[in-house]
Design a protein around this ligand. Structure first.
Ligand code: SF4
Ligand code: SF4
Length: 247
């Protein structure tokens, strides 16, 4: 059994409750930012924001359309960052076999800058960030510390609109398919983004590029995602190496 999020962006109001709850739970400090003319704040994911509600505005015919996208690590089913990170430092990054959570530990401080660069480059969603002061690499952990105590991720607990859902993968897939069928009646472009490959399943009612550049997987041109992951992982796989663990 593994777990998945289902993120129904058709219900998101960009209240940013999830973003703030994540910061509070992990006691992450505030970022000094300035007004850039966008509702999105801070401008990008960073070491103090594992979750960021992205905001995009564009014209649809004569109408202005707002798209909200609560961005976070997708906890890939076959995560390239784990293959690469483990090659640099044992146990710095792992995928929990029980939950599917991809977790970065304090040992990521031992991964050199070029190792981090490779991890970020390999991530199809541009997620990992590195603190230049400490060397620690960070991102959403699926609230692994809460999961092992029987609690849901904090962003799911606080979401007031039903956008953030979490549970057994099979249940989330059923919910996602039900919502897809319903929402598609009014919004024909609706899709489930990269549903086969990730444990954070987004329902998008508009074209992916109208949310942000990495809303769906970005791989090497000309390769599909599985070929891309296999190509990335191959040089790093060591004979007999255990690439995942469970606590
Ligand atoms: S989204 Fe990126 S950081 Fe998250 S598991 Fe996948 S490859 Fe790793
Ligand atoms: S808490 Fe829910 S509604 Fe508010 S921004 Fe996050 S996902 Fe959207």
């Amino acid at each position: 059994m593994s777990y998945s999020f289902f993120v129904d962006t058709s219900r998101c109001t960009a209240c940013r409750g999830c973003q703030i709850a994540c910061k509070e739970w992990y006691e992450l400090p505030a970022n000094k930012t300035r007004q850039t003319g966008s509702h999105q704040n801070p401008p990008d994911l960073n070491v103090n924001n594992y979750k960021l509600v992205r905001f995009s505005e564009h014209l649809e015919g004569e109408k202005i359309r707002w798209n909200f996208f609560p961005d976070q690590c997708r906890h890939c089913i076959d995560p390239p960052c784990v293959y690469i990170g483990q090659n640099y430092e044992d146990d710095a990054v792992f995928q929990d076999t029980k939950t599917g959570a991809v977790v970065y530990t304090d040992k990521t401080r031992k991964i050199p800058k070029d190792g981090f660069d490779s991890m970020r480059e390999a991530c199809p969603y541009d997620i990992p960030r590195r603190d230049p002061a400490t060397g620690r690499i960070s991102k959403c952990s699926m609230c692994y510390d809460r999961l092992v105590r029987g609690l849901k991720p904090v962003c799911v607990d606080v979401c007031p609109t039903g956008t953030m859902n979490f549970g057994e993968r099979s249940q989330m897939l059923t919910l996602a398919e039900e919502r897809l069928a319903r929402v598609k009646k009014d919004h024909p472009k609706t899709i489930l983004a990269d549903v086969e490959d990730v444990n954070v399943i987004y329902l998008l009612t508009d074209l992916p590029e109208n949310y942000h550049e990495y809303s769906v997987a970005q791989g090497s041109s000309g390769l599909n995602r599985h070929q891309f992951l296999a190509g990335i992982a191959a040089p790093f796989k060591r004979a007999g190496k255990v690439l995942s663990k469970s606590v």
